[in-house]
Ligand binder design. Structure first.
Ligand SMILES: *[C@@H]1O[C@H](CO)[C@@H](O)[C@H](O)[C@H]1NC(C)=O
Ligand SMILES: *[C@@H]1O[C@H](CO)[C@@H](O)[C@H](O)[C@H]1NC(C)=O
Ligand SMILES: *[C@@H]1O[C@H](CO)[C@@H](O)[C@H](O)[C@H]1NC(C)=O
Ligand SMILES: *[C@@H]1O[C@H](CO)[C@@H](O)[C@H](O)[C@H]1NC(C)=O
Length: 438
């Protein structure tokens, strides 16, 4: 893997610099390494900091204040005078920006509590800032097809505000890498047994039950999500009895720690049919869309039935940190599984699609999964993964560990297998974790 790190020597020199040296020369050399040096210099004008942590903190504070100005613009309906071509464009931008603000605040808290740059908290901050940059990209993608008098102003303001975030991310990446990757055959370190990753506390008294046949607390999943407490620090377990649930489910960022338990991937089915061709943004097309941190799902089938001719049509989208999905089926055609951002883990899942069907910019591991290619439309190639990282400072990537790539029956009969994506294949064949970078 190509490394774009700024030489560590530079940081060491900075730390050893005598205090008597004007801090301007320090910030100048630090800023030179960022994607937007002018913006960096400007944000550090008043900084007296001479260590890299202080410089990152200062630059983060400016990023937050710029991001807050942008929220004011976005929440002002007149200022946001934009005609959307795809349903959800503005809602996507607003929601993603709220997540960015929360990520920046959390980054500031982590960094302020860190005296040395060597702690594993930096890995969290890198994940938060990479997600923020991804949020900007997704918002701008949606705005591409939009029109209206405010569009140039809004797009310009978004780009300007997020330059500060990109700079923070690059400054942070100068710091030493933080520990080893916490992936083992037992799963991610942040999953514990009581989290339902293994057979767990299904008989929790506070469990909410959803049953299509009326035998539970609710008949739709959306009602249960609405009922679930906001900002819960405890897991909120929602048991979804077997049945077909035709609904678009959204788990917003203020509903963290939601656990969805089904009766089996072929028994509890959540289905939708939104697509880009039918006028939605790719982001908003998801049948189940998760922004709430700490999301867990087990024994559920997530489907988007729009069909290959409807192009991008997401079955499951996760832009939530520390999310895990176990023994689930995620089934669609183009763009089935949107691993949008943050850190995610999938174990023993079946993922079906035709093209780009595992895509996004999360740091994600697939373990023991079946990746099943369906027959694409005439003229389309079979492409399994599309990683969309756009800056070398992000620690994101799609990794496959002990997974199988197979062709669905329709594709087998067509003898189409030789067009499977070889980059992804390579990662499968190795028993070590690879990042698939495009
Ligand atoms: C859900 O249903 C169970 C069983 O009927 C009941 O004990 C529980 O109080 C209900 N929970 C809510 C929130 O209504
Ligand atoms: C949760 O927060 C949302 C958005 O701020 C609000 O609309 C909703 O009423 C809140 N729900 C509860 C149960 O407090
Ligand atoms: C999408 O699904 C809904 C709900 O199941 C259904 O009413 C609608 O007709 C479907 N639309 C298309 C285009 O298939
Ligand atoms: C790899 O997958 C196979 C079958 O899918 C399973 O039997 C085996 O235990 C897995 N190995 C690891 C290390 O997870």
């Amino acid at each position: 893997m190509v490394s774009f790190r700024i030489p560590l020597i530079l940081i060491q020199i900075l730390i050893l610099l005598p205090i008597s040296l004007a801090s301007t020369s320090v910030t100048t050399s630090v800023c030179k390494s960022t994607p937007y040096p002018d913006v960096c210099l400007d944000s550090l004008k008043l900084s007296v900091s001479i260590n890299i942590n202080g410089i990152i903190l200062q630059s983060l504070k400016v990023a937050i204040s710029e991001a807050l100005k942008l929220s004011t613009l976005m929440s002002n309906a007149d200022g946001f005078n934009i005609i959307e071509m795809h349903k959800g464009t503005i809602q996507d931008c607003n929601e993603l920006h709220q997540i960015t603000l929360a990520s920046l605040d959390k980054s500031l808290t982590r960094l302020a509590a860190t005296s040395s740059s060597k702690t594993s908290k930096l890995a969290d901050v890198n994940a938060f800032l990479a997600a923020a940059v991804t949020n900007k990209d997704t918002c701008l993608e949606g705005l591409e097809s939009a029109s209206g008098p405010s569009k140039p102003l809004v797009v310009g303001t978004i780009i300007a505000a997020y330059k500060h975030v990109s700079n923070c991310l690059s400054l942070l990446s100068d710091s030493p890498p933080s520990g080893s990757r916490d992936v083992s055959d037992k799963g991610m370190a942040w999953l514990s047994k009581k989290d339902g990753y293994d057979e767990g506390d299904d008989d929790d008294d506070n469990m909410l039950t959803v049953a299509a046949d009326g035998s539970g607390n609710f008949t739709t999943i959306t009602e249960a999500i609405n009922f679930a407490p906001n900002n819960s620090v405890d897991r909120v377990i929602i048991y979804i009895k077997q049945g077909l649930y035709e609904e678009n489910v959204e788990i917003p960022s203020y509903k963290p720690n939601i656990v969805l338990l089904g009766d089996g991937r072929d028994a509890t089915i959540i289905s939708g049919n939104r697509s880009v061709v039918d006028g939605w943004t790719t982001f908003r097309s998801a049948t189940v869309a998760v922004s709430g941190e700490g999301f867990l799902a087990r024994d559920i089938g997530f489907y988007n039935f729009a069909g290959p001719e409807k192009h991008q049509a997401v079955a499951l989208r996760i832009n939530a940190d520390l999310a895990a999905v176990y023994r689930c089926t995620i089934s669609g055609y183009q763009d089935t599984l949107y691993v949008h951002s943050f850190r995610q883990f999938y174990r023993e899942c079946d993922i079906y699609g035709t093209i780009d069907y595992i895509f996004g910019n999360a740091a994600v591991v697939f373990q023991g999964c079946n990746i099943i290619s369906r027959m694409p439309m005439p003229g389309q190639f079979t492409v399994i993964s599309a990683q969309s990282r756009d800056s070398p400072y992000e620690q994101t990537g799609i990794s496959f560990q002990n997974c199988s790539i197979v062709a669905a029956e329709d594709l087998q009969n067509f003898n189409y297998g030789h067009k499977l994506s070889w980059t992804a294949m390579e990662a499968i064949l190795s028993d070590r974790i690879h990042r698939v970078l495009h």
